[in-house]
Design a binder for this molecule. Structure first.
Ligand code: ASP
Length: 325
């Protein structure tokens, strides 16, 4: 009987780190501090390469699926830019009304289809747990790009990278998360990821949008000092990183509840007069009024730089997962 060996030797340039190669990226809980150091190092190299030559052939021949069941600007386009800068290409499905999903196809079948054409799948979906479901159905890597109010691990990685690049280190910092901590998946992932560091975390939100209790317990179990308040003034002066989030309108069952809390916090130049000169303001974006545009010119406004760091981190992840970092 003849058997067909698909890969006997690693093609030139392939370097497979078993911690990442072929792995799904579903939750930040799968990483330890050493993994993060590797991702950040590779992201830094990606930054250098983009600066020097723009686009290069590290992932030439690789094809990515970008499967988006929910709106996205940054996550979707930064994954496209990341794979293209690495010389690969992308199949983009972001209007599922025009795909078989609208005929009632299951997520599992759609994912099986896409993995037969491409090398990895980036998935955004409105349901918590959907990325894990997709990963169980697929044999190729699935990257969670946001599963409803669950997690957004690649955002947390880019957030941590931003903090490190902007502040020099993560240890020793006080990080204040502000806004919708109940439904905001980026803060869920970031709080979990920060348990790998020696930080203090403040949570500022309306009462009905507090950080889920389970998550607070998990962070507490890691020995992290946490403080909860509704008033930003309680913690602003001590804050090193102010992480602002949008109130997640689409997750509210009762529209009146959204109206009650939608304008709870607005960061203005006046707010920043009470903050440290060295503080940075971050936001996963989009913003819908919670940071006044007048703040954009303040050097502490890091949210646009944060977006750019995101592309380098996603380039690093793709290179590591596809075995060429
Ligand atoms: N873009 C982020 C996310 O997909 C934040 C947001 O939508 O408010 O979770």
């Amino acid at each position: 009987m003849t058997t067909r060996r698909l890969t006997e030797h690693l093609p030139f340039g392939e370097k497979r780190d078993p911690r990442f190669f072929g792995q799904d990226i579903l939750s930040v809980s799968q990483f330890d501090r050493e993994d993060l150091e590797t991702i950040f190092e590779v992201a830094h190299e990606m930054y250098g390469m983009v600066e020097r030559i723009g686009t290069f052939d590290l992932l030439k021949g690789k094809v990515l699926t970008n499967l988006f069941y929910e709106p996205s600007t940054r996550t979707s386009s930064s994954f496209v830019a990341a794979i293209e800068r690495l010389g690969g290409s992308v199949v983009q499905i972001n209007n599922v009304t025009y795909s078989s999903v609208s005929k009632g196809e299951t997520l599992q079948d759609t994912v099986k289809t896409m993995e037969s054409y491409t090398d990895a799948i980036v998935l955004r979906h409105p349901e918590k747990g959907s990325a894990a479901l997709a990963a169980a159905a697929a044999s190729k890597p699935v990257i969670n790009a946001g599963d409803g109010p669950g997690e957004h691990p690649t955002q947390a990685l880019l957030d941590a990278y931003t903090i490190r690049e902007e502040m020099g280190a993560i240890d020793g910092l006080t990080i204040t998360m502000l806004g919708d901590l109940k439904y905001g998946r980026t803060v869920h992932s970031l709080a979990k990821l920060l348990t790998l560091y020696d930080v203090k975390i403040n949570y500022v939100s309306p009462d009905i949008l507090q950080m889920p209790e389970l998550l607070v317990k998990e962070v507490d179990a890691a020995g992290i000092d946490q403080y909860e308040t509704t008033d930003l003034d309680d913690v602003l002066a001590d804050t090193d990183v102010l992480y602002v989030t949008r109130i997640q309108k689409e997750r509210f069952e009762n529209p009146n509840e959204y109206d009650m809390v939608k304008d709870s916090y607005v960061i203005t130049p006046e707010t920043l007069t009470m903050a440290k000169e060295s503080m940075i303001v971050m936001h996963p974006l989009p913003r819908v009024g919670e940071i006044a545009t007048e703040v954009d010119n303040d050097p502490r406004a890091a949210y646009f730089r944060q977006m750019e760091y995101g592309m380098y981190v996603r380039m690093a992840l793709l290179a590591l997962v596809l075995g060429r970092a």
